[in-house]
Write a protein that binds this ligand. Structure first.
Ligand SMILES: Nc1ncnc2c1ncn2[C@@H]1O[C@H](COP(=O)(O)OP(=O)(O)OP(=O)(O)O)[C@@H](O)[C@H]1O
Ligand SMILES: [Mg+2]
Length: 361
């Protein structure tokens, strides 16, 4: 999936996605525990080597000049660490941070109120910056470039613009949809960080770190098992770790190894590649009912008893990213990897083997 492609509608993961164990969007429990698990400085931040190195230079140079850091845009899928990095930027600069979001700024006046109350050097974190209103966006252009806003007083022909000087500040914008940002806004950021999905080895380190903060005992294989099912996303890794911890507490002596991790995630129907029940249902229908496709989205949705949107926006993005399913002009097609993941043989390639151990336990 392309997070920078404005025509890619798969990035919004509404409804069902929020409740999934493998959904990347934060749920209530995530929000409650994430603060405790957030790395506090760049040294503690795992993975994203390029971004970390570049950001380190930007912040060091600003500190050496005794200046406020350039505006930073963080773009990437949910749960990859944008909010975490924004807090790290403030911490590294020894600056206070003000947190708000695009949807919270309905009117330009809302933004003017925030901007005019910033202290010198403060970090303003604007989450979901692509969802800001147009007038607010235009005010932001001037604020970012000239540290100045025009406050409009009065209405109609009698309205006047009163210029207001702002102290220098650092805007940190975060977006899951960089492609939706108007170019004038994108261009005003001095540094743009594209966050990538994490490698399993990096997620393994995230899991070890979180386990030690949560006082959970886990061995290397146990962490590897959870990492492999976490869809390249630290938020999901942390969430799966909590579910496995519960299982280990109830069913074992609390220590997580490969066997416990595999069994626990089997109970929650998260398979060895991080597919959940819905993902597998879509894939299974595609393979077993339609011989691997091509089949139209609507037909596939009916076959699994889900809405079209659910299949398209919730299940397919990850299946496509994993190279298990392809969207073609003629319909959805399974790849050879899909057949082998479900332990099935494509038609015309010998006898069907039985289902393999689905959860890799
Ligand atoms: N590099 C990392 N090292 C360790 N933990 C991380 C890292 N990145 C993210 N996390 C953990 O993952 C969780 C989610 O991260 P965060 O809230 O920063 O994601 P986000 O990109 O802001 O997501 P969203 O788009 O939903 O706002 C946090 O609890 C954080 O502890
Ligand atoms: Mg965030």
């Amino acid at each position: 999936m392309n997070w920078d492609d404005p025509t890619d509608e798969t990035t919004a993961a509404p409804g069902a996605a929020d409740e999934r164990l493998v959904g990347a969007v934060a749920d209530g429990e995530d929000q409650a525990v994430e603060a405790a698990l957030r790395p506090k400085d760049l040294g503690e931040f795992i993975g994203q080597e390029k971004v970390r190195e570049q950001l380190d230079l930007v912040l060091r140079a600003a500190r050496a000049r005794g200046a406020t850091a350039d505006h930073v845009l963080l773009s990437g899928a949910p749960g990859l660490g944008k909010t975490t990095l924004s807090m790290i930027i403030a911490a590294e600069m020894g600056a206070p941070i003000r947190i708000t979001s695009g949807p919270a700024i309905q009117h330009a006046g809302d933004l003017a109120a925030i901007l005019s109350s910033l202290q010198e050097g403060e970090v303003l974190f604007l989450d979901e910056i692509h969802r800001m209103s147009r007038p607010a966006e235009e005010m932001l252009y001037m604020a970012m470039e000239d540290f100045r806003v025009d406050v409009i007083v009065g209405k109609g022909p009698g309205a006047t613009a009163i210029p207001l000087e702002l102290p220098p500040f650092t805007l940190v914008g975060a977006t899951t949809r960089a492609g939706l940002l108007p170019p004038p806004l994108r261009d005003r950021f001095g540094f743009t960080a594209h966050m990538e999905f994490y490698e399993p080895a990096e997620l393994q380190r995230v899991i070890h770190r979180s386990a030690s903060l949560l006082d959970v005992e886990i061995d290397t294989d146990g962490a590897a098992e959870i990492a492999g099912r976490s869809r390249g996303t630290p938020r999901i890794a942390n969430r799966l770790l909590r579910r496995v911890r519960d299982y280990a507490q109830v069913k074992a002596d609390g220590v997580i190894d490969r066997e416990i991790a595999g069994a626990a995630l089997g109970v929650y129907e998260v398979d060895s590649r991080g597919l959940d029940r819905l993902d597998r249902a879509v894939l299974e229908a595609l393979l077993k009912l339609f011989g691997g496709g091509p089949v139209g989205l609507s037909t596939l949705a009916v076959a699994v008893g889900e809405e079209r949107e659910t299949v398209e926006e919730v299940a397919e993005p990850f299946l496509v990213r994993e190279g298990l399913l392809a969207r073609t002009p003629r319909g959805r097609v399974a790849t050879p990897a899909a057949w082998s993941h479900l332990g099935l043989t494509p038609p015309g390639q010998g006898t069907r083997s039985g289902q393999q151990d689905l959860f890799g336990t």
